[in-house]
Design a protein around this ligand. Sequence first.
Ligand SMILES: Nc1ncnc2c1ncn2[C@@H]1O[C@H](COP(=O)(O)OP(=O)(O)OP(=O)(O)O)[C@@H](O)[C@H]1O
Length: 298
Amino acid sequence: MNEPLRLVVDDVSVAYANGHLALRDASFQLGAGTICALVGVNGSGKSTLFKSIMGFVKPKSGSVKINGRPVRAALKEHIVAYVPQAEEVDWQFPVSVWDVAMMGRYGAMNFLRIPRAEDKAKVEESLRRVSMWEFKDRQIGELSGGQKKRVFLARALAQGGRVILLDEPFTGVDVKTEEAIIQLLRELRTAGCIILVSTHNLGSVPEFCDQVVLINRTVLAYGPTCDVFTEQNLAAAFGGVLRQFQFEESTIQDHDGRTVRVLTDDERPLVFGKDGHLEYKDRQEHGELLKKRREEHE
Ligand SMILES: Nc1ncnc2c1ncn2[C@@H]1O[C@H](COP(=O)(O)OP(=O)(O)OP(=O)(O)O)[C@@H](O)[C@H]1O
């Protein structure tokens, strides 16, 4: 497919068999060459949205279209690739790194699934791009969390997916791997792909995502990151879940007299006091400290 990509999610509502309405009237659109963050609390419907785009769940109403055609047609052309959350995968299943990347080629093979030279070349190229070629014979269950993620990314690359869905690709990976994944996503954006990434790493979103979809059982806001990532929108999406830190002075940037506010959904950021020691060692202590500070301010 050479026409520029367009993904349109139009008024999508999804109800599960138990009657739970996981998404209600969700709408947004993305064009070619975009990295978009999908951001929301646990249970806000991120995976459900991915499943709708993958055609795994059928919306009760509304539609998902890729270049004006229903998802079914795009799936037949193997345009949509999915990089799952680690928990969704059975790591005991005896397959090698090479086998997993080759799964990306299944759609291009006949029913006997005998890889051709082209399939093998594509798998090698994909594993090299994520720096996992040296591990090609290793069982998938014998890899670290970050390495597993890279192998599933290689599967998406081998597939040649143009709409690439990544479900929390940075969970449990170190900073270096995160940077390597981000660099790869940027290359895919330059190649005209649409990349939708669910993440709880709010701090890295402005760095590499040009668009954001904020979700809480419906789309609360979507558009350019700088427009959507406002304190007001994040407070609406996360409610009391986000932690707030307020600094009169900051080492993050030259102090220009403004108060610096930090919003994070990181479970337990480390906070150091003036003397360079940890401000607290457990959540209860942290809660008490924040309460004391608030009282001091009042
Ligand atoms: N198969 C299912 N049957 C019934 N309810 C489900 C099913 N899958 C998910 N849900 C419910 O739908 C809602 C949305 O779930 P979903 O997995 O899409 O959230 P999420 O935003 O991906 O969460 P997380 O950040 O925890 O991965 C949740 O309340 C969840 O309990």
